[in-house]
Each structure stands twice: as C-alpha cells, then as structure tokens.
Design a protein around this ligand. Structure first.
Ligand SMILES: NC(=O)c1ccc[n+]([C@@H]2O[C@H](COP(=O)([O-])OP(=O)(O)OC[C@H]3O[C@@H](n4cnc5c(N)ncnc54)[C@H](O)[C@@H]3O)[C@@H](O)[C@H]2O)c1
Ligand SMILES: O=C(O)[C@H](O)[C@@H](O)[C@H](O)[C@H](O)CO
Length: 253
C-alpha cells in the first residue's frame, strides 16, 4: 500500500501562548483561535476590566486562559511578563494615528513608533531570550499590516511602523532559526475592529477601501484567525522570516 503523507498537526495542547492586544479586535480573535486549539493563553492588554471579561467568556467555553494587565510601552513590565518562556507569542497590540505627512506631530510619531515598533522589537527579543535560556523552540507572530508592503494616504507613520516590522522579522528569523525559533507576520487588509471605525464610518474612506480590495467585502476578525493558528502550530514548521498577506487582493496590482 502507498504510504500516505501525514497532515501536520494544528493542535496546540500543552502549549503556553501569550497574546497581546487581546482585549479586542484581532488580538481577541487570535486568543480564541489558540485557546480553542488547546493552548493555555495568557491574554495581555492595558484595560484589565475589559480583558478579564474576555478571559471569563473564553473560560465558559472550557478553554484555558489568564489575564495580565500590561502596557507594553513600559519595557520593564514587558520584560518581567516574558521571563517564563512561552511556546507561542502573538503580538497584536498596535496603534494608528493618521494624518497628512506634513501635519504629523512628533507626539503622533512617537506614540505610533513606541507601540508598533519599539514594543514589538523588545517583545520579540525578550520572548526569544527566554526560549533560548530554556532551550526551547517557539513561534513569534506579529500582526503587521498590508501597509507593511505598500503605502497609503495619510498613513506615512503607520506605514513606516509596519514596514519596520517586516525588516525586523527577517533579521530575527536569520538569528534565531537554528535555535528552532520561528518569527513571522500576518499582514491584514482593513478588518472591522475598533481601530478601523474612523475609516469605515467615513463614506469616502470606505469607498477608497472598497476600490482597492478585490473581494466584495471588507475583512473580519475571523479572516485572520486561521492564519494565526497555522503560524502558531507545527503546520507551519518550515515557515519563518515571512509575512502572510490577508489583503483581499489589495496588493495584487
Ligand atoms: N483592523 C485592521 O484593519 C488592521 C489591519 C491591519 C493590521 N492591523 C493591526 O492589527 C493590530 C490589532 O488591531 P485591531 O484592529 O484589532 O485594533 P484594536 O484597537 O481592537 O486592538 C489594538 C489593541 O492594542 C492595544 N494596545 C495599544 N497600545 C498598547 C500598549 N501600549 N500596551 C498594550 N496594549 C496596547 C489596545 O488596547 C487594543 O487592545 C494592530 O497592530 C493593527 O495595527 C489592524
Ligand atoms: O488605516 C486604517 O484606518 C487602520 O487604522 C489601519 O490599521 C489599517 O486598517 C490596516 O493596517 C490595513 O491597511
């Protein structure tokens, strides 16, 4: 009989995962995807009350989850939260402040870069450091953006921050690959979350979005959850230093 290849496992039983930005939007969706696959998920965000409500809802499903209040711009707290190694670290915390490039203030610039780049950089660094010290492999995943690959009007700082993630993951993948640590990004198009409310609530901006997406609708959080599970699990064991565009065809032309 033909020996058939085995489908790799998407099961995360016995794995410990950290998901940042887990109180809402894409982060909450990814936390659910990992918990449903069997991981114990530590959900991190700043708003302890909102976060606890999400964790309580996950527990009622029979999934394993904890909440940790964390402002990841505070690198000392971030480092402390990462001391015990995780098998999976998924970073969805992020900020968008859009303005014409000539009107961007240093405060807007710093706010976006501090969360989207600096915190993401040190989160990765601390995560890998703990994995290496424990002699463990792991998967680090950043929610970047299609704006890490193309530009967008009134989005120069946001695009700069997401392009930085794309360069960062490639360099870190080179450094950590032989230790069994993978690092990748997911690059979504416009997804319906609190972050995109100002864009979707403006008819002109929504029309621009729909003129760029090739599919007939905007993205939903559920469109990202399968990719998160894939990159977290052994199903993606040969995938590192790359980004997965979930952009409804935005970047196809
Ligand atoms: N919604 C989209 O269309 C879209 C598309 C592409 C990429 N993204 C990216 O996805 C990620 C999640 O965004 P979302 O759409 O789910 O929005 P969201 O506003 O629902 O989630 C962002 C989360 O980041 C958290 N956060 C912000 N600053 C933080 C800090 N200093 N410390 C800890 N947590 C902090 C917020 O509290 C929130 O929970 C972001 O990185 C965003 O850039 C979103
Ligand atoms: O541009 C916006 O309105 C959002 O704040 C961004 O988060 C984008 O939705 C996203 O990155 C897709 O390009």
């Amino acid at each position: 009989m033909t020996e058939l290849p085995r489908t790799p496992s998407f099961d995360l039983s016995g794995k410990r995962a950290l998901v940042t930005g887990a109180s809402s939007g894409i982060g909450l969706g990814c936390a659910v995807a990992l918990a449903e696959a069997g991981a114990h998920v530590v959900c991190a965000a700043r708003r302890a009350d909102v976060l606890q409500a999400s964790v309580d809802a996950m527990r009622t499903q029979g999934w394993s989850a904890d909440a940790v209040a964390l402002d990841q711009v505070d690198l000392a707290s971030l480092s402390a939260a990462m001391e015990d190694p995780f098998d999976v670290v998924l970073n969805s915390a992020g900020l968008a402040r859009h303005s014409a490039a000539v009107d961007t203030t240093p405060d807007d610039y710093d706010a976006v870069m501090d969360v989207n780049v600096k915190a993401a950089y040190f989160l990765s660094s601390y995560a890998a450091r703990a994995m290496i010290a424990a002699g463990r492999s792991g998967s680090i995943i950043h929610i970047s953006s299609q704006m890490g690959h193309v530009g967008g009007p009134e989005r120069a700082v946001y695009c700069a921050s997401k392009h930085a993630i794309e360069g960062m993951i490639k360099s870190m993948a080179i450094e950590w690959g032989k230790k069994g640590i993978r690092i990748n990004s997911i690059c979504p198009t416009f997804i319906r979350t609190p972050l995109t409310a100002p864009t979707f609530d403006d008819p002109d901006r929504l029309a621009w979005v729909m003129s760029k997406i090739k599919l007939p609708r905007v993205g939903e959080v559920s469109d990202i959850m399968g990719a998160a599970l894939f990159l977290a699990s052994d199903a993606s064991a040969m995938v590192t230093g790359t980004s997965m565009l979930i952009d409804g065809g935005w970047t196809a032309d």
